[in-house]
Ligand binder design. Structure first.
Ligand SMILES: [Cu+2]
Length: 114
C-alpha cells in the first residue's frame, strides 16, 4: 500500500510540475484568410519576424482562380474550395514579406514581417 501511494504522490507531483513548467514554444498563431473570387481577405497582414503561423485558407463561396493558391516561401501550392479549407504552416522571414498568390498571380496577398 505504501508503495502505491508513494507512486501516486510522485505521479501527481510530476503532473503539477508539468502544469507549472515554463510554457513550451508558443503554438503557431492561426491566421484565417477568406478566399473569394475577388481575392483574399485580408490581403495584407503583419506578423513578427520569425513568427510561426498557420495560414488557414477558407472559402464560403466561389473562389474562381483565387482558390488555386501558391505560398512560395513554404514551397506550397494547393487548392481551397468551399468544403475544404487548407492549412499552411509558414515561418515569417527575418524581414520583408511573405507572399501568397493564386497560381496565375492575379489574386495576391502578403504578410509583412515587422
Ligand atoms: Cu488567379
Amino acid at each position: 500500500m505504501k508503495k502505491v501511494s508513494a507512486l501516486l504522490l510522485a505521479f501527481s507531483l510530476s503532473a503539477v510540475a508539468h502544469a507549472e513548467s515554463p510554457k513550451p514554444a508558443a503554438a503557431p498563431r492561426r491566421v484565417e484568410i477568406q478566399v473569394t473570387e475577388e481575392g483574399y481577405k485580408p490581403a495584407k497582414l503583419t506578423a513578427k519576424p520569425g513568427e510561426s503561423l498557420v495560414l488557414v485558407f477558407k472559402a464560403t463561396g466561389a473562389t474562381g482562380c483565387c482558390g488555386s493558391i501558391v505560398v512560395p516561401d513554404a514551397k506550397w501550392s494547393g487548392t481551397v474550395d468551399k468544403s475544404k479549407p487548407v492549412e499552411v504552416a509558414v515561418t515569417m522571414p527575418a524581414s520583408g514579406k511573405l507572399t501568397f498568390a493564386c497560381s496565375m498571380h492575379m489574386c495576391q496577398g502578403e504578410i509583412d514581417a515587422k
